[in-house]
Design a protein around this ligand. Structure first.
Ligand SMILES: Cc1cc2nc3c(=O)[nH]c(=O)nc-3n(C[C@H](O)[C@H](O)[C@H](O)COP(=O)(O)OP(=O)(O)OC[C@H]3O[C@@H](n4cnc5c(N)ncnc54)[C@H](O)[C@@H]3O)c2cc1C
Length: 485
């Protein structure tokens, strides 16, 4: 028997609605970055726009985030800071890094119109400062540009010309709050109506199967809301729905840090799926292994439970995390020597073993005799010449690990914090239109953000969630405004 949490999404035929309590041209469920951007555009197109938000205010996970937006193709900020980029390089990187199964239909327009999207965000008042942060993670200071993916790391540096594409508002500390303050202020200026404390729970379908409204829960009662033009679902992902996670993305249940807020319970996905929408890659997630900061830990050597390397350690933490959890069973260690010993700043990390020789270390870790020693001998042999011909770590992060005592930082999923949020969700086209399993749009139904499977089908780079949520949120809002017009 389905649980109530799964059952509440069953769509309701129009014939069962005695009267609609509210009406608007465009009705949006969820006021995070995707919903705000949909609302701003739908209202700008001249429609009466209503957003229902289950929490006491807008913001969602977006307001709790780091605030990086993956933008590029030659933004004014990239240019001012002396970085060359173009839509083709951005496209080549994202098609390689966001798979398997990256969708040209989404990645293409995302890259082609990224500069315009930057201008739009700046035009709303999001402050960008011409300052670059070089350390490949969210700037702790007020710099607005950084490398936020694996652009400079192998194999991607050979596939596309690297460029930093992590853009963020210029503010010290997390940038998500300012991003959402800016978007919410724009929603207000656009005169989109917001009703908080209202939880959308099911779609209302017309006789032809088109989405014509929502049934929502407000103060313990069901209310019906008619959408004269379109319904947009921007209700976040499902990392906080344990039942859905176990069913669709069981590997992510092992990640101890669930990246999201209570609203990430999959309600938007379930509502649309129950009405015939297709979902894509429901198993996918951003899986971060928080190895750095400090960036000096890129000099460490990551090994699996067989004492073998499996990745270049300078790759983006979402890539090392994905490979560690999904391909190495989450059983990995970072090998360091005495000068390189430091713990990751963002995750509690124990020392699994220490030793004065590789033999002592591998024995304490329970590895086969000679396995780690062979790995380190090969690594150090090439590192003395400044290279890594096996995994092509960039020379600036390559140093022979030769000075004992040696140590193994415990990066097993059960002992440190793998951080995850879901990337699977509704199948949308480039206009945010929700698709059926046969690739037909469901009339009147649109979606964006983590309710959808977006640019990152599995492989992730930081900034892609706010990036594609805001980008396709805008498109979904515009398309909903055009519907039945
Ligand atoms: C600490 C942290 C740092 C992060 N850093 C980054 C970063 O730097 N860059 C990046 O791209 N991503 C980052 N992320 C991930 C990113 O924040 C989210 O993936 C993104 O905000 C999702 O946006 P959204 O609009 O889809 O959902 P949300 O922002 O979560 O908005 C969804 C809204 O819908 C509401 N809602 C849910 N269900 C219903 C319903 N049934 N009816 C009505 N309302 C509903 C929710 O309450 C919520 O307000 C970070 C996340 C965290 C937690």
């Amino acid at each position: 028997m389905p649980s109530r949490a799964l059952d509440e999404a069953t769509p309701i035929p129009e014939s069962r609605i005695a009267h609609f309590d509210h009406e608007a041209d465009v009705v949006i469920a969820g006021l995070g970055c995707a919903g705000a951007c949909a609302a701003i555009e739908a209202a700008a197109a001249g429609t009466d726009t209503l957003i229902v938000e289950q929490a006491a205010g807008g913001g969602g996970t977006s307001a709790n985030s780091g605030g990086l937006l993956y933008l590029g193709g030659g933004t004014p900020l990239q240019k001012a800071l002396g970085f060359e980029d173009d839509p083709e390089s951005m496209f080549a990187y994202l098609m390689a890094a966001c798979g398997p199964g990256a969708d040209e239909a989404l990645v293409g327009p995302y890259c082609e119109h990224s500069v315009e999207h930057f201008h739009w965000l700046a035009g709303l008042g999001l402050p960008f400062k011409e300052a670059f942060f070089p350390d490949s993670h969210e700037p702790p200071g007020d710099e607005s540009l950084t490398h936020s993916g694996s652009e400079e790391a192998w194999p991607f540096c050979e596939i596309a010309r690297p460029a930093p594409r992590g853009h963020c508002a210029s503010v010290v500390g997390p940038k998500g709050p300012l991003l959402m303050q800016t978007l919410l202020a724009a929603v207000e200026r656009a005169r989109a109506r917001v009703q908080v404390g209202v939880r959308a729970r099911a779609l209302v379908l017309g006789e032809d199967g088109s989405a014509i409204g929502l049934v929502a829960r407000h103060r313990g009662e069901d209310i019906a809301i008619r959408a004269r033009r379109g319904v947009v679902l921007t209700a976040g992902g499902f990392i906080h729905n344990a039942e859905m996670l176990a069913r669709y993305a069981p590997a992510l249940t092992r990640c101890r840090y669930k990246v999201g807020t209570a609203g990430d319970d999959g309600s938007g996905i379930r509502m649309a799926a129950a009405a015939g929408a297709a979902t894509l890659r429901m198993d996918a997630g951003d899986i971060t292994l928080p190895l750095f900061p400090p960036v000096s830990l890129k000099e460490a050597v990551l090994v699996n439970r067989f004492g073998q390397r499996f990745v270049n350690e300078d790759a983006y933490m979402g890539r090392t995390g994905e490979l560690a959890l999904l391909r190495q069973e989450g059983q990995v260690y970072a090998i360091v020597d005495e000068p390189g010993f430091v713990r990751p700043e963002n995750a509690p990390t124990e020392v699994a073993a220490t030793g004065d020789t590789w033999g002592e270390l591998e024995s304490e870790l329970g590895f086969a005799p000679g396995s780690l020693a062979a790995t380190m001998e090969l690594y150090n042999h090439h590192a003395r010449g400044g290279s890594d011909p096996v995994f092509h770590k960039q020379p600036r992060h390559v140093r022979p690990l030769e000075r004992p005592p040696f140590g193994a930082l415990d990066l097993r999923a059960e002992t440190t914090w793998y951080a995850a949020f879901t990337l699977g969700g509704l199948w949308i086209d480039a206009e945010g239109s929700v698709q059926t399993p046969t690739g037909e749009p469901i009339p009147g139904l649109f979606a964006a953000g983590r309710t959808t499977s977006g640019v990152a089908k599995q492989g992730y780079s930081s900034g892609l969630s706010l990036g594609d949520g805001s980008f396709f949120g805008r498109r979904a809002g515009r398309a909903a405004a055009r519907t039945r017009g």
